[in-house]
Unconditional design. Sequence first.
Length: 105
Amino acid sequence: MCRVCGKGLHAPAERMLGRHEDCPSRYDEDLLAALHTWRTRAAESAGLPEFCIFTDSALIAIAESCPRNADQLAEVSGVGPAKIRKYGADVLALLAAGTPGPDAS
């Protein structure tokens, strides 16, 4: 179900995001840019394409949900145990250094 409008999700990218692509998104642009920069460096270091680290949809979902720990990060579609082991600490550190989560006042 879309976390914005409550209707069903059908496309894989929508399921990854947890919302319809045309439903409003809430994320910090600077945080998303930092996640993209980190992913580029991680991919270059590992000799992998960027999408093997995280897809664009996964990065947007991470920026939108701002997980604060590995359990919350695991709830993001496209983030499994192997990615948490390899990249979780880096992603969580980036998020902790970024802006407050969407539910912060």
